[in-house]
Design a protein around this ligand. Structure first.
Ligand code: CA
Length: 379
């Protein structure tokens, strides 16, 4: 393939997500500013930042919001996934066929980070705003997001089977849906082009406790199964994502019109304003816990890895990754960086993943500023 063709190749993308404020940035960027690089062909949902039902509602709100420009005509399936992690599956249900409808009142969710609705407690207000802006869309009108009759794991596998070698899955939450897709449909291991995972901490502490990062801790068994079975995985964890922050003064700019020509590949003003308002709760959490005025750009960073061009801004190590499933380090990601061991171990037969270890911080931030129409403040 000539370099230009490769550059122009549009990646078919399924976003597996638990929106979530940084998920919202990733989805908005994917649907607006990366139209030359990715085509979002489905959004699948799971528990994490919020319960699965809220994740689905939020994903639909976002898809509808991003569809308010004249440029987005196509309906995008928003598909319910698992409400629970693999350890909670009934013993007779190894393929998780009942996981979509399982009771989830005691599943841990990060509402203290993202607000009780996952959108910094501004969801209802913006559902009204986006309905109004859509000119007849919403109440009785057309919606750009639609329910897919399939369940997420089947949707992922069947979509990959329809386009073998062409579909990338961007996993922005726990890996439950992806693990179930591989359990139910082993051919999906061949058909899926690439898997991009946001998760883990490789040379730094986790963000839930010293050992574990939130997405991996949400379902360590699923993460370990996926890392042990799929060969074309790109993964980015806290080592990299915590170096990529928007400052409070950057976020403030999202509240004002961008002044950009609407044909520019920039997130539209209504969605920027929503991101600004939803981010206030998330920002307060960062000020409280991390002690800085701004936010980490975890999920949008993972999105950049989907594009072969933008992936060049990162440095990867190829290494087997296993996930601890027992004890106080449950959820920890452990990477094998040794070339050789005296005898085989639990990492020896696992495929190698591409783990992001370093990043051109300035270049990635430039991407975010450009795409979100932010004039960078002094850093
Ligand atoms: Ca997420």
């Amino acid at each position: 393939m000539a370099p230009d063709d490769e550059k122009r190749r549009v990646v078919k993308l399924i976003i597996d997500t638990d929106p979530g404020i940084d998920d919202a940035y990733a989805i908005a960027l994917a649907m607006h500013t990366m139209r030359d690089e990715v085509e979002v062909i489905g959004v699948t949902t799971t528990f994490g930042n919020v319960r699965r039902d809220d994740a689905t509602r939020n994903a639909k709100t976002l898809v509808n919001a991003c569809a308010t420009t004249a440029t987005m005509k196509k309906k995008i399936p928003v598909v319910d996934g698992s409400r629970i992690p693999l350890v909670r599956l009934e013993t007779t249900d190894v393929e998780g066929r009942r996981a979509r409808d399982a009771a989830d009142s005691d599943v841990f969710v990060a509402d203290f980070v993202h607000g009780s609705d996952g959108f910094g407690n501004v969801r209802e207000e913006y559902e009204r705003v986006f309905r109004r802006e859509k000119n007849g869309c919403g109440d009785g009108g057309e919606s750009y997001a639609y329910d897919e009759a399939l369940e997420a794991a089947d949707f992922i596998a069947e979509t990959c089977a329809k386009h073998p070698g062409e579909v990338t899955v961007l996993a922005l939450a726990s890996l439950t849906n992806v693990a179930l897709a591989f359990r139910r449909h082993p051919e999906c291991l061949r058909n899926m082009s690439e898997l991009v995972v946001l998760g883990g901490a490789y040379g730094v502490n986790g963000n839930v406790n010293p050992a574990a990062e939130a997405n991996i801790l949400g379902d360590p068994e699923a993460a370990d199964e996926v890392f042990c079975s799929f060969e074309r995985t790109y993964v980015v964890g806290l080592d990299v994502t915590m170096r990529l922050t928007l400052k409070g003064s950057d976020i403030e700019q999202l509240a004002k019109p961008s002044g950009a020509d609407t044909s520019d590949p920039v997130v539209q003003d209504g969605v920027r304003k929503f991101l600004h308002d939803a981010t206030q709760f998330y920002k307060a959490y960062h000020a409280d816990v991390a002690g800085f005025d701004g936010i980490y750009m975890h999920d949008p960073t993972a999105l950049l890895l989907v594009s072969p061009e933008l992936r060049k801004l990162f440095t990867f190590k190829r290494a087997a990754v296993r996930v601890v499933t027992q004890g106080i380090t449950r959820g920890q990601t452990v990477m094998d960086t040794h070339a050789k061991w005296p005898s085989p171990n639990e990492w020896s037969s696992a495929p190698k993943s591409n783990v992001a270890m370093d990043v051109d911080v300035d270049a990635v931030l430039r991407q975010f500023f450009l795409r979100l129409a932010i004039r960078p403040s002094e850093r």
